[in-house]
Design a protein around this ligand. Sequence first.
Ligand SMILES: *[C@@H]1O[C@H](CO)[C@@H](O)[C@H](O)[C@H]1NC(C)=O
Ligand SMILES: *[C@@H]1O[C@H](CO)[C@@H](O)[C@H](O)[C@H]1NC(C)=O
Ligand SMILES: *[C@@H]1O[C@H](CO)[C@@H](O)[C@H](O)[C@H]1NC(C)=O
Ligand SMILES: *[C@@H]1O[C@H](CO)[C@@H](O)[C@H](O)[C@H]1NC(C)=O
Ligand SMILES: *[C@@H]1O[C@H](CO)[C@@H](O)[C@H](O)[C@H]1NC(C)=O
Ligand SMILES: *[C@@H]1O[C@H](CO)[C@@H](O)[C@H](O)[C@H]1NC(C)=O
Ligand SMILES: *[C@@H]1O[C@H](CO)[C@@H](O)[C@H](O)[C@H]1NC(C)=O
Ligand SMILES: *[C@@H]1O[C@H](CO)[C@@H](O)[C@H](O)[C@H]1NC(C)=O
Length: 822
Amino acid sequence: MASSFLLHHHLLRPVLLQIILLIISPTYAQTISHRHIISLRSSLTARTGQTTAWLSPSGDFAFGFRPLEGDGTHFLLAIWFDKIDSKTVVWCANGNTPVQPGATVVLAADGQLSLYDHGGQEVWNAEVNVTVTYAAMLNNGNFILASSDGSFRWQSFDHPSDTILPSQVLGVGKGLRSRLMDTNYSSGRFELSVGSDGNLTFYPVNIMTGYAYDPYWATNTTGNGSRILFNESTGTIYLALANSNIYFLPQRTYSVKDFYQRATLDFDGVFRRYIYPKNAKSTSAGWSTVGFQPPDICRNLTTKTGSGACGFNSYCISGGGNQSVDCVCPPDYSFQDPNRKYKGCMPDFAAQNCKGKFTLREMNNVDWPLSAYEHLSPIDEDRCKRECLGDCNCAVAIYQDDGQNCWKKRLPLSNGRMSDYVDRRAFVKVPKDSTNGKKKIVIVTTLVPMLLLLVCLGLFLWKKNRKQVPTLGIPITSSKESRGMDLELNLYDMFTIESATDNFSINNKLGEGGFGPVYKGRLDDGQEIAVKRLSTDSVQGLKEFKNEVMLIAKLQHKNLVRILGCCIQGEERMLIYEYMQNKSLDTFIFDKKQGALLNWRKRLDIIIGIARGLLYLHQDSRLTIIHRDLKASNILLDKDMNPKISDFGTARIFKADQNQEKTRMVIGTFGYMSPEYVIDGTFSVKSDVFSFGVLILEILTGKKNRMVHQSGYSMNLIGHVWRLWAEGRCVELFDEVMGCSYPISKLLRCIQVGLLCVQEGSKDRPKMAEVVLMLSNEGVALQEPKRPGFCIEGTPTEQNSSSWKQHSITPNEVTVTMLEGR
Ligand SMILES: *[C@@H]1O[C@H](CO)[C@@H](O)[C@H](O)[C@H]1NC(C)=O
Ligand SMILES: *[C@@H]1O[C@H](CO)[C@@H](O)[C@H](O)[C@H]1NC(C)=O
Ligand SMILES: *[C@@H]1O[C@H](CO)[C@@H](O)[C@H](O)[C@H]1NC(C)=O
Ligand SMILES: *[C@@H]1O[C@H](CO)[C@@H](O)[C@H](O)[C@H]1NC(C)=O
Ligand SMILES: *[C@@H]1O[C@H](CO)[C@@H](O)[C@H](O)[C@H]1NC(C)=O
Ligand SMILES: *[C@@H]1O[C@H](CO)[C@@H](O)[C@H](O)[C@H]1NC(C)=O
Ligand SMILES: *[C@@H]1O[C@H](CO)[C@@H](O)[C@H](O)[C@H]1NC(C)=O
Ligand SMILES: *[C@@H]1O[C@H](CO)[C@@H](O)[C@H](O)[C@H]1NC(C)=O
């Protein structure tokens, strides 16, 4: 019948002959009769209460205007299953910009397919620039624009939304993007794509910035020209590689004759394969899931910087036959937006101010991995709870039921999950009604650099008596909190260290730290170590510091270098640290060639890392620790260029409400020391902030903060930056080795933070907690910096020799000790 119709038509209108042919796609052959051809100059208009669409010959699929669920006034330009009640949408052109009644889709005379809103503005265009002579909605759900020879010039199958259909192929570089919510078709939080390397990956996307986090599921395959195939006769979906097929969903076949089928990257991040019986009675009709990936998104999806599968402060539960995902708030927390659960939860109560009375609510099998700021071990449950209740920062304590491990977590909580496999209990801190201030014990202690050695010394004597391989017996928890493993502080013997460092050979010397030279070594088991050989005159026999030593040994943060043990022999005292492959920051930023390895992103990461480490020292460990000698050469870099603060030889412990201390012995490095420290000998967390500010400026400019002489004037880096800042010329500052594609506003913001940190008045400088907030959150408004301390700005060289300026001119960068004679 069709052919006679064709012939008839041919006789009447020869021009159309070429159009009315078999339309053959590489994967799917079908006949389209003239009736179903959409000719040039055709159009559809969106109308309230009406569906306007072009149907496929079988009537299974429609292309046209689909009203949004629960909203009569907005339409999607979409393709949907037209014979089923739910009219499931499988493709849409304008999910981010639904249109209103009066909008039109036009196949223009030049073959352009465009969507115009009710005001006539173009919203979307298929962007075809070759000759198109007609369009058609095919029976397999593919909407095509074809040329007169029947070849497809554009097809919706090549531009998928969140769904693939039988016979559709998802080739290299193509992907699916989930929608935001079940009924909101805006670009959602997940993507799936086939990489050119043959790796199929699923990953979360930040909907605000478009930033893609690490994948939460991958086939880990390699191979050229890989693609996802959805076999149209069996309904199986697999990743086809050059010489193998990876079936990443259950292989069970469902005939396309009996079932409608689709596979969708759902708004919850799970890729599900669905079937819908074609001949079912209306009662049992509906999509059922016949396979999904990943196995458990709550478990698989862990982001280091994002919130995880659910929003911040919520937790994820998944299960059931279709692995449905739900996001839930902890007790006394509620959704930021109940209609947008993915946005996470907020506490119902005001932020803790350390005055209110709090209690803990217990939840079984719940954890927020990766967000701990302190790990305590070994510890019993009661103490774990008390630790959290007594700590303003603590929002949740997680206790592992092995009776060993307790983690303190602060807001925002991320990667939350609840499931049987989580062998941890969460204690969520919520307010109690009555109020009663908590007393604080105030102790001021001095951290002598050799504290650790004292314990070692004790052990050494003990070892002499026991003749056994000793350890300090101080369980130290690793910063890899999720593993919760305990480390022991080792006591190494001299022989081991001598052989590890090749008898302290000059070739193994890494540099000179605050209290002596540092050597690289390699233990028999292959572990690389850094050995710090301390000068011999500083040990004072102070047993009572043993407790503090234990605390110091417990300082564990990923941005602090880890101590492995110590070694004592006769007069020799050595500290053994983990070895950092990339040496110290100064070898990179002050070197043109090495500096090229650090792009702006890496540099910002390093700045943030140092800030976090310092914040930990200042307030997140249980003590307040002032480093006093923060400088580029004390920032070590591991193999991934993560910064680690080292050299606590000069550090001091403050407790509770002690704000500052005065010393007669000023220890530090010129160029990094704050004015009040150099001039008065007073130091506080704010003197470290000053040093950190100098570091920011150095990292971003690649220049040292020492005197530079320029045309008869001498100035330091701070002065130079301050002048350019005042003149609005900061862009000139950035180290050219960062490349030219850095985001200027981000870096300017960072410079501003640096300038805030080096302000002359210590009270004006922000605390590290504020610094971290300013650096990691672009929404936080920054103040205008006031004049910096030690700002030597174009001073004529010969003049002006107040004591500190003379010091600043000294070229060496080693730590100095000045005994102020006053
Ligand atoms: C449009 O034409 C250019 C140049 O002829 C070609 O490179 C491009 O791929 C075409 N775009 C489409 C969507 O066909
Ligand atoms: C979908 O969600 C986005 C983001 O919340 C919102 O801007 C948009 O208006 C929503 N669309 C509809 C149709 O509700
Ligand atoms: C996802 O989690 C499962 C266990 O539920 C694990 O076997 C699998 O390796 C994980 N996959 C990825 C990509 O992390
Ligand atoms: C792919 O590799 C990742 C990282 O090595 C691993 O966690 C995951 O389990 C692997 N996925 C599969 C499906 O084997
Ligand atoms: C595939 O991607 C995952 C996630 O990024 C990665 O861990 C894995 O190494 C990749 N596999 C291959 C073979 O490239
Ligand atoms: C992939 O194909 C390209 C070009 O066809 C070829 O140069 C390359 O070697 C292939 N890679 C692999 C891993 O087979
Ligand atoms: C689909 O599966 C059938 C049966 O296994 C097979 O004969 C056919 O070649 C497959 N089609 C494609 C396009 O791979
Ligand atoms: C999963 O199954 C549950 C209960 O059977 C149902 O309520 C939910 O809508 C399903 N979710 C999906 C994504 O299919």
